[in-house]
Design a protein around this ligand. Structure first.
Ligand code: FES
Ligand code: FE2
Length: 381
């Protein structure tokens, strides 16, 4: 019997519209994804000195990351064990030698141990080690700090290994050529996007839109606008080549900075971009690296923090000026986030109840790779 393909055979369904809007879905994502997976929360060099604290919302919980007096990074729930006050009230802080609750001044060491509390003499019977801060699993990879709220998290290498292998055609170690732990922050921009985190990440995983909304990007990397080159949408595991005459990924295309030490000649005129689920996006360029951190705030709001990282010697030079480098991806960010905001208000529309469709160039990465992961954690939604 011959099967006649339906006229829609080349299309794949997206997730249904309600998954981008419903508070119940967002709450389930917080528990099943953001509280179970390793989440990228900060760069290690943001926490350079003992007592330095970065505060983040990680799924349902507020978490502090602190460098302790012996130089180790630690993470704790940002919850005082007395009556539950937040210990750190700002996004970053310098706590000095101890974490002191702003409410009744219970005081914890940078290692989380309860040290003392006002009128301690009246409760000398309590065992201090039962009232330390609640620790959260923490690990570092590529100069990035990741935390995990799960009771027994699997190693981060398991979470990232498969993703990196996919992006590099099996050679996950290729990313080490960029020596990310040695890079330093050259510029940061933070965007408040009125869109669900998945819309933003789906957009970062297809270039069907690049020819329409990213003129600067396709001037630099024409492949992104060529459906002939992009073919069936398979990820380019060997990177995307710069256009002839483009010597750097910057708004002018002019090379201002040397190629990063450690790269091979074959890495020198290419772009690699990869969403590392659940909340990181890494772009590897010959002379810098860009790291996006996604912080889902609500079903319809996401904070995106974008860091441009450079070789330390380059960034510390007196005449260091990253403006041209920052400008190209800043424009791309603004274009992408505007597009995400065009979609978000319609996720509730009766026209989108069953969702939309992915065309062939979007199907492998979003439909196969990304939705398969999402459904493995969330089930059918
Ligand atoms: S709530 Fe922290 S000391 Fe009372
Ligand atoms: Fe884009």
């Amino acid at each position: 019997m011959t099967t006649i393909p339906s006229p829609q055979a080349s299309l794949t369904p997206t997730l249904p519209g309600h998954t981008y809007t419903e508070p119940q879905i967002f709450a389930a994502e917080q528990e099943r994804i953001f509280a179970q997976e390793w989440m990228y929360v900060a760069r290690a060099d943001e926490l350079a000195t003992p007592g330095r604290v970065v505060r983040r919302q990680v799924g349902p919980d507020n978490v502090i990351v602190v460098r302790d007096r012996s130089g180790h990074l630690r993470a704790f729930l940002n919850v005082c064990r007395h009556r539950g006050a937040r210990l750190c009230l700002t996004e970053t802080a310098d706590m000095g030698n101890a974490i002191r609750c702003p409410y009744h001044a219970w005081t914890y060491g940078l290692d989380g141990r309860l040290i003392t509390a006002p009128n301690w003499a009246a409760m000398a019977d309590i065992e201090k080690d039962k009232y330390g801060l609640v620790p959260v699993a923490l690990t570092e990879w590529a100069g990035l700090v990741w935390v995990n709220l799960a009771t027994e998290p699997r190693p981060l290498s398991e979470q990232l290994g498969e993703q990196l292998a996919y992006r590099f055609g099996g050679d996950a170690d290729r990313i080490e050529r960029w020596h990310m732990p040695d890079l330093v922050l050259g510029a940061r921009k933070t965007y408040e996007v009125a869109a669900n985190w998945k819309i933003i990440q789906e957009n970062f995983q297809e270039c069907y839109h690049c020819g329409t909304i990213h003129p600067e990007l396709i001037d630099a990397i024409p492949t992104f606008a060529s459906f002939e080159d992009l073919g069936n949408g398979a990820y380019f595991t060997d990177g995307y080549n710069f256009a002839d005459g483009v010597d750097a990924f910057s708004i002018t295309g002019r090379q201002r900075f040397p190629v990063l030490p450690g790269l091979l000649p074959e890495d020198e005129r290419k772009y690699f971009g990869m969403v590392l689920r659940p909340n990181c996006f890494v772009s590897l360029l010959p002379d810098h690296v860009i790291v996006h951190r996604f912080e889902p705030v609500s079903p319809t709001q996401t904070i995106v923090e974008c860091d441009w990282l450079f070789d330390r010697e380059v960034a510390e030079a007196a005449d260091f000026d990253p403006t041209e480098t920052v400008e190209i991806f800043h424009r791309i960010n603004c274009q992408d986030f505007a597009a995400a905001e065009w979609c978000q208000p319609n996720m509730n529309s009766r026209a989108y109840r069953a969702g939309g469709v992915l065309v062939p160039v979007e199907a492998e990465i979003i439909g196969g790779w990304y939705y398969r992961w999402y459904r493995s954690l969330m089930g059918e939604v």
